[in-house]
Design a protein around this ligand. Structure first.
Ligand SMILES: NC(=O)c1ccc[n+]([C@@H]2O[C@H](COP(=O)([O-])OP(=O)(O)OC[C@H]3O[C@@H](n4cnc5c(N)ncnc54)[C@H](O)[C@@H]3O)[C@@H](O)[C@H]2O)c1
Ligand SMILES: O=C[C@H](O)CS(=O)(=O)O
Length: 478
């Protein structure tokens, strides 16, 4: 069993609080997989101090040198993919195959941002007088706080810390409680890559206590958060109160539209994958399908058949399609949404229960007859629950897909270029897919949502530079 310690100024330490939180395997709740040190406010504050102290020297390194540390960490992660993946599976439940893929995705992101250290980060602009030198440059922010969720314990911390570091910032990472052990393995890779002490710091503990301690530290230069809207709103309020730069990526209620001319087998396969992989615990997961009435019966039949063939189980077993929900609380929340859907009159076609087995499982669940006012059509469920709605036109379907406070991801299945372009031009989502599932983003492209899904900056790709740097405009008259 691993002890998740803080990593501050290059040293692994347990908290002076003497308090620990036990971590259990959601597939086998009797199996303890770790214990996580619970930081005090002072310890979080000292982590920011350490990041601030390391900032001047780190920003002073050439970008190429900073990038080489990231590339070294990527290679270490690649070498340890199996071990990190097993820890992730046993800590938060996703299948080993997905966990291993995520670790390699994290390594790929580190390699991508290593390359950023060699790319231009400013531009020369022709001056009005034709003589002076007018140009821009990017400078780092300083010590940055990163608060991350449990559902992508490697990919999300990496897609924040990699750009933060290569652009010259130092960081304090606060992972979610049920991904703390995995976060330690990530930071171990960065440490072994030779990052100087204080460049990366890791603190564990209660979200509220550590979050408040980060947000209140006068030397913190920015905060990047990924998680629920409820917490995001609190962070935005505290950050804006002190004029702190902040970035929020939050919930989603992601729709798929299935047109009459769609390849229905392809659409059914992609809807199942988008809604059920990772047990539906993705911000970009498909949660509602709006199908043209003319093909609804056939499509629902094919969807139901696929969902009933899904095998739940322990994510370490190769034949498992999806594992348990990440915690008992998550399982109960999903079951509560299912119950509310039934109370509101939606038709349960398959699933809907927790199987009589060890682990926080919920069956693949499909509802039909869902109307726009139902909670199944409006609220983020973050579980293996899919709502089918019917429409008679693309115009009606787009209206139903946009009828949400969120705007993260959306997809359409159609063979018609006209349908696809109409969808692209009118759907209110940051991530738009045609004939592909709503989940899955490419790290070299901007990622983020509209409306309440985001604070409207973008992560990943070169877009990350916008948040993790300031732009300076310089005019030299010689
Ligand atoms: N848009 C995206 O990129 C994206 C990606 C993954 C998950 N999510 C969202 O995250 C949610 C699930 O993740 P979660 O359960 O970890 O979310 P959460 O908001 O409960 O926790 C996220 C992080 O915030 C911390 N936290 C909790 N309370 C805090 C507080 N008062 N102040 C500061 N930090 C606090 C937690 O410890 C954790 O590290 C879902 O809503 C999902 O849609 C969004
Ligand atoms: O929750 C995070 C996003 O869903 C990542 S991805 O879309 O699965 O890549």
């Amino acid at each position: 069993m691993k002890r998740a310690l803080n990593y501050v100024a290059g040293e692994w330490r347990e908290s002076e609080s003497g308090e620990w939180a036990a971590a259990y395997n959601p597939a086998r709740p009797s199996e303890q997989v770790g214990e996580v040190t619970q930081s005090t406010r002072e310890e979080v504050s000292r982590a920011v101090d350490a990041a601030e102290a390391a900032f001047a020297a780190w920003r002073g390194l050439p970008g190429m040198k900073r990038g080489k540390f990231l590339a070294a960490a990527a290679r270490i992660l690649e070498d340890r993919a199996d071990a990190v993946a097993e820890t992730m599976t046993r800590e938060m439940g996703k299948t080993f195959a997905e966990a291993r893929g995520e670790v390699l995705r994290g390594a790929a992101i580190l390699h991508y941002y290593a390359g950023e250290g060699e790319r231009s980060n400013g531009e020369h602009i022709p001056p009005a007088d034709g003589k002076s030198l007018l140009y821009t440059r990017r400078i780092p922010l300083g010590a940055v706080g990163l608060i991350t969720p449990w559902n992508f314990p490697v990919a999300i911390p990496v897609w924040k810390l990699a750009p933060a570091l290569v652009y010259g910032n130092t960081v304090v990472l606060k992972p979610a409680g049920n991904s703390s052990v995995t976060a330690c393995l990530l930071v171990e890779a960065l440490e072994e890559a030779g990052l100087p002490p204080g460049v990366v710091n890791l603190v564990h503990g209660s979200g509220r206590l550590t979050g408040d301690a980060l947000l209140e530290h006068p030397k913190l230069a920015a905060i990047s958060f990924t998680g629920s809207n409820a917490v995001g709103r609190k962070i935005a309020e505290k950050a804006s109160h002190r004029g702190l730069k902040y970035q929020l990526e939050m919930g989603g209620k992601n729709a798929v539209i299935v047109m009459e001319d769609a390849d229905l087998d392809q659409a059914a396969d992609m809807v199942v994958s988008g809604s059920m992989k990772s047990t539906g615990q993705k911000c970009t997961a498909t949660s509602k399908v709006i199908v043209m009435s003319a093909v609804a019966e056939v499509f629902i039949e094919r969807l139901t058949e696929r969902l009933r063939s899904i095998r739940m189980g322990d994510g370490m077993e190769p034949e498992t399609y999806y594992g348990p929900l990440s915690s008992r609380q998550a399982q109960q929340s999903v079951l509560s949404h299912i119950h509310q859907g039934q109370e509101e009159g939606a038709r349960l076609l398959t699933g809907g229960k927790a199987p009589d087995a060890e682990g926080y499982h919920v069956e693949p669940t499909l509802f039909a007859g869902v109307t726009p006012s139902m909670s199944l059509a409006r609220e983020e469920i973050f579980g293996p629950v899919l709502a089918v709605m019917e429409a008679d036109s693309l115009d009606e379907a787009i209206g139903m897909a946009n009828d949400t406070d969120f705007g993260l991801s959306a997809a359409i299945f159609t063979q018609s270029l006209s349908n696809a372009l109409t969808f692209v031009s009118r759907i209110e989502a940051g991530m738009i897919k045609v004939n592909a599932e709503t989940a899955g983003v490419e790290y070299q492209a901007p990622f983020g949502g509209l409306k309440q899904s985001s604070s409207h900056s973008r992560e990943q790709g070169r877009a990350a530079m916008e948040f993790f740097t300031h732009t300076q405009t310089i005019s030299l008259s010689l």
